[in-house]
Design a protein around this ligand. Structure first.
Ligand code: SF4
Ligand code: SF4
Length: 465
């Protein structure tokens, strides 16, 4: 990090000393990184707006219904009973993000974070098209309310509001499913208030964020941004200014060229920054690694015939000591944790059952004597049907031949409706002469037709011989 003053860390560049908003008029970036991010954002937006329309086995491919705690990932439905699988998936994702951040800094923020994509690649572009580049925006803001300003402001308002409404619809589709959102469109508002009210709220929230709140979402609200201080280390690759090469900065002067570093103090890197910071002050929490300053500085370096890369992806150790990226203990430890979590998660996903049975012996009753020299035990069964089909269930004693046992349901046969929990009571009856132990291990198969859908091991209690 540069040895320049650290006073800038005491305040946000976007908030004045009086606590008012310091509006950022970011210059439109141009360059290879910006072009790369534009391509990524186009792919991202195509995926974002296409996924809610895709169905698999009559279900959305992805659904994150937090209200009903129902989640669908790649067509597989996860119910509240699978919450531990989902929680583990989230934990794995977080460890992955942490590991990724330790190694590659905030690359996620700059390239794929939805806030950055929508702010920089959708709304800010609309703003550039309507209001013009940063200088024109400043002028427009300062001018009185004349015809031009009214026209541009209302055009921008309409475009931002429409875009916010569209995003809100899709956002909601990820929560309730596109069918539900389409029902609202077809059936009218009054009948679908459960969708209409959140739709209005989301539209206004998105509009507020992109019209006014903007970079403050990254600076004040986002918890990931707040964690940078503990996740980054001197080997993390971040967007960084090469102060070894750049300092002492100064305008190009024919009189004393050899005394200066490569930074010509043109401030172009600051002008393009959407969070209003000066990257030359060192790695800062406000930097979302958007690469705009890399493009700006490369363009300047090319103009003054110096090597590009004065601002580039680099680690502190790379700049200070010329070191290449290498693994440290922390990175290794995160990788071990990540692989363990991935292993456990894969096992849980592979062994996850659509029907889950729990069988327990009824409390307080060891066994019952039955006519014909037989012994019975009574059991409770609980079945969770995670599918969208009603399932008739039969129970079979897997060791039937060896133990000559039978299963007799109490009441009607088991039938578990879709997406619900069913329970029942049954007897296992066995021939006394076959039972040689007080506690006998048995296995009960859960079948739907001829298909075995689960099996449960339990004990069968018998009198002492
Ligand atoms: S400092 Fe550079 S990379 Fe960081 S937010 Fe500003 S322009 Fe983007
Ligand atoms: S764009 Fe490059 S040369 Fe200009 S001030 Fe920033 S770091 Fe220095």
């Amino acid at each position: 990090m540069s040895e320049t003053s650290e006073i800038f860390r005491d305040s946000f560049g976007t908030i004045t000393k009086e606590g008012k908003r310091n509006w950022v008029y970011a210059k439109w970036p141009k360059g290879k990184f910006y072009n790369g991010r534009t391509v990524v954002s186009i792919v991202y937006l195509i995926v974002f707006f296409t996924l809610p329309w895709i169905k698999y086995r009559d279900e959305p491919l992805f659904l994150f219904n937090l209200v009903e705690r129902k989640f669908i990932l790649f067509g597989t439905i996860f119910w509240p009973q699978d919450f531990f699988v989902f929680a583990l998936a989230m934990l794995t994702f977080i460890v992955f993000i942490v590991l990724f951040t330790v190694v590659f800094g905030r690359i996620f923020c700059g390239w794929v974070c939805p806030q950055t994509i929508f702010m920089e690649m959708v709304f800010r572009k609309i703003e550039y098209w309507i209001d013009g580049d940063a200088e024109k925006q400043k002028r427009l803001n300062a001018m009185p309310w004349n015809g031009e300003k009214i026209l541009k402001r209302s055009g921008k308002f309409l475009a931002f509001f429409t875009m916010s409404f569209i995003i809100a619809n899709y956002f909601l589709a990820y929560i309730t499913g596109m069918d539900h959102v389409m029902d609202l469109m077809k059936g009218g508002l009054a009948t679908h208030l459960d969708v209409f009210i959140p739709l209005v709220i989301f539209t206004f929230v998105f509009f507020f964020v992109y019209w006014w709140f903007r970079e403050q979402a990254c600076l004040i609200v986002c918890p990931y941004g707040r964690l940078q201080g503990v996740m980054l280390d001197p080997n993390s690759i971040v967007v960084a200014y090469d102060y070894v090469r750049g300092e002492p900065r100064g305008k190009i002067s024919k009189d004393e060229p050899e005394k200066k570093g490569d930074c010509i103090d043109c401030f172009d890197c600051v002008r393009v920054c959407p969070t209003g910071i000066d990257i030359r002050n060192g790695t800062q929490m406000e930097c979302v690694n958007c690469t705009a300053c890399i493009d700006a500085c490369d363009a300047i370096m090319t103009k003054v015939h110096r090597d590009t890369g004065l601002i580039r992806y680099a680690s502190e150790n790379n700049i200070k000591k010329g070191e290449k990226l290498h693994m440290n203990i922390r990175t290794g430890a995160y990788m071990v944790v990540l692989f363990v979590l991935l292993g456990v998660l894969t096992t849980l996903l592979v062994t996850r059952k659509d029907i889950q049975a729990t069988i327990m012996r009824a409390q307080g009753m060891l066994y019952q004597e039955q006519p014909g020299n037989k012994i019975s035990n009574i059991y409770n069964i609980k079945l969770i049907n995670k599918t969208r089909k009603d399932i008739p269930v039969q129970l079979r004693l897997e060791d039937e031949e060896e133990l000559h046992g039978t299963i007799k349901m109490v009441g009607k046969d088991l039938h578990v409706p879709s997406e619900s929990v069913g329970d029942g009571i049954f007897f296992v009856i066995m021939d006394k002469s076959e039972l040689h132990h007080r506690k006998n291990k048995i296995e009960i198969g859960v079948y739907s037709g001829d298909k075995k859908i689960d099996e449960v091991k339990t004990n069968f209690m018998a009198p002492n011989n």
